[in-house]
Write a protein that binds this ligand. Structure first.
Ligand code: PEP
Ligand code: MG
Length: 556
């Protein structure tokens, strides 16, 4: 029988496929004693598991090629280290199970590495991954990380960090369902970037049986468990119809009476550019540069490597606009070379612009790399800083841009309520504002973006968030400057109309949402958008705001 579960739909479309779980971190194997006569059998099991994991890592390396191959081969060598194996066998001989012996032997080796200087200490995470794989194999539990599968699947997880998803193969992942996370969590953002349907904050996601067929509707937030053949066919038909209707809408973003609102794409690197071009993005409104460096964040990227990555993006938008955000490290996107390891509350700590001001050499290298990448291209480059709190921050960033000789406009993201409240003073230092509504909601409501239980407070329709957006847009207008939205609020088609009505001058979103927003915006006049915005702000809750705006727009 079909069962219907509900979460928060965060990325449009329907995915139908089998459930595969993201392997979680391996638990510590129990420290039970085994009889000595079992030792030879346990030792053989340990050798077999180590050999299989090393062979698997080697095979994945061959498939991946490039830098990934070097890392995976180094991991295979770690697994096969003869001294480590000898230690495992010694521990089994005195009564450990194979899983426990591997766990303890790796812990001892890990301590040695961690104390052996910066380079080796940086390999500790790779060693932990090897250990987790061997222990998982010995305990018969799923391998940690992204599932190994040749068949397409729907990925279920507690939550997905950007580093987990960097390795996802979009041809295999049909959709995402997570137990945690809200509409602005990075799971949601990544799902939109991949263009796959996704539902977050769904209670019970981690308990769903592996292999069961589900249908995920990323628009409604519904997850049907074991849908009938007829239901599957119906869902596919509706999804195809929606898609066809959308592809009929083309051209620049504008209201029905011709008020232009450029529709831009949010990207994490050159790999996201083709989807942005295909969706008809008029440029890039948020290039999250830190996404380029999440999988190897031990050291700062070289200036040359950065030039190469930036150039690939800038070249894709000749004459177009590209807004690059300087590294936004910290909290759920830690970069080892910028992020302090021991903060009690990383979301309120030295993150975003704060860490760049503590490491001015990293900021300067990035700004120089951007200047070099744009040097002879006809692109319209803008650079902005994440997590600007006040005028002092804004001035420090503007000074850094001037010092780097960057021929670009420089702006500030409004992600902290103080920046929205005092947007006027920040605008004395920078040339534009860009509203990061994900963090703005997180900080306005004291509601962690990654925690499913507070997803309600992350709803971008919250009237208090709309007030903060209005304050920023009004301040920008008064100063003759632009104020875009690049948070996930821009990806909701009706909210995009409300944002336009609040005076926002451009909307940037995951490429997959652009056709939806373009088609909806084209239905209403600017005056209707302004009325919908006023009606939404006059309410007290997100649901009321949504209903009020829809009522105005539908002419009821
Ligand atoms: C935001 O906070 O709204 C934003 C666009 O930045 P990020 O989602 O990368 O934190
Ligand atoms: Mg942010």
């Amino acid at each position: 029988m079909t069962e219907t579960l509900r979460g928060v739909g965060v990325s449009h479309g329907v995915a139908i496929g089998q459930v595969r779980h993201m392997g979680t971190a391996v638990l510590e194997p129990p420290a039970q004693q085994t009889p000595t006569e079992e030792a030879p059998r346990e030792q053989a099991r340990a050798r077999q598991a180590v050999g299989a994991v090393a062979a698997d890592l080697q095979a994945r390396g061959n498939l991946a090629g490039g830098e990934a191959q070097a890392v995976l081969e180094a991991q295979a060598l770690m697994a096969l280290d003869p001294e480590l194996m000898a230690d495992v066998e010694r521990r089994i001989a005195v009564g450990s199970t194979a899983a426990r012996a591997v766990y303890d032997a790796f812990a001892a080796y890990r301590a040695l590495l961690a104390n052996a200087g910066e380079y080796l200490a940086g390999r500790v995470a790779d060693l932990d991954d090897v250990r987790n794989r061997i222990v998982a194999r010995l305990m018969g539990v799923p391998m940690p990380g992204v599932p190994d599968s040749d068949e397409p699947y729907v990925l279920f997880a507690r939550d997905l960090a950007p580093a987990d998803t960097a390795l996802l193969d979009p041809t295999l992942v049909l959709g995402f369902v997570t137990e945690e996370g809200g509409p602005t969590s990075h799971s949601a953002i990544l799902a939109r970037a991949l263009g796959v349907p996704a539902v977050v904050a769904m209670p019970g996601a981690t308990d769903m049986a592996e292999g069961v067929v589900v249908a995920v509707d990323g628009s409604t937030g519904e997850v049907l468990v074991r849908p009938s053949e007829e239901k599957q066919a119906e869902l596919r038909r509706v999804a195809a119809e929606r898609k066809a209707a959308l592809s009929a809408s083309t051209g620049p973003g504008q209201t029905s009476d011709g008020h232009k609102v450029p529709l831009l794409a949010n990207i994490g690197g050159p790999a996201d550019v083709p989807a942005a071009v295909e969706a008809g993005a008029e440029g890039i409104g948020l290039f999250r540069t830190e996404f380029l460096f999440l999988d190897d964040s031990k050291q700062a990227p070289s200036e040359d490597a950065q030039v190469e990555a930036y150039r690939k993006v800038l070249e894709a938008f000749p004459e177009g606009r590209v807004v690059v955000r300087v590294l936004d490290a910290g909290a759920d996107k830690p970069l080892d070379f910028l992020t302090p390891a021991d903060e009690p509350n990383p979301a309120l700590g030295v993150r975003g612009l704060r860490s760049l001001l503590e490491h001015p050499e990293v900021l300067q290298a990035q700004l120089r790399a951007l200047a070099r990448a744009a040097a002879d291209l006809p692109v319209y480059l803008e650079v902005m800083a994440p997590m600007v709190a006040d005028r002092i921050d804004a001035k420090a960033f503007a000074d850094a841009c001037r010092e780097a000789g960057l021929a670009a406009k420089f702006g500030a993201m409004v992600e902290i309520p103080s920046a929205a409240l005092r947007a006027r003073s920040i605008l004395q230092e920078v040339e534009f504002l860009s509203l990061g509504t994900n963090d703005l909601a997180q900080y306005a409501f004291a509601a962690d973006r990654q925690v499913g239980a507070v997803a309600r407070l992350q709803d971008p329709w919250q009237p208090a968030l709309l007030d903060l957006i209005a304050l920023s847009a009004e301040a920008a207008k008064a100063n003759g400057k632009s104020c875009g939205v690049c948070g996930e609020a821009a990806a909701d088609p009706v909210l995009a109309c409300v944002l336009t009505g609040l005076g926002v001058t451009s909307l940037s979103m995951g490429a997959a949402s652009i056709p939806y927003v373009r088609a909806t915006l084209a239905k209403y006049t600017l005056a209707q958008c302004a009325r919908a915005a006023a009606a939404a702000r006059a309410t007290d809750t997100a649901d009321e705001a949504r209903a009020a705006a829809n009522q105005v727009l539908s002419g009821e």
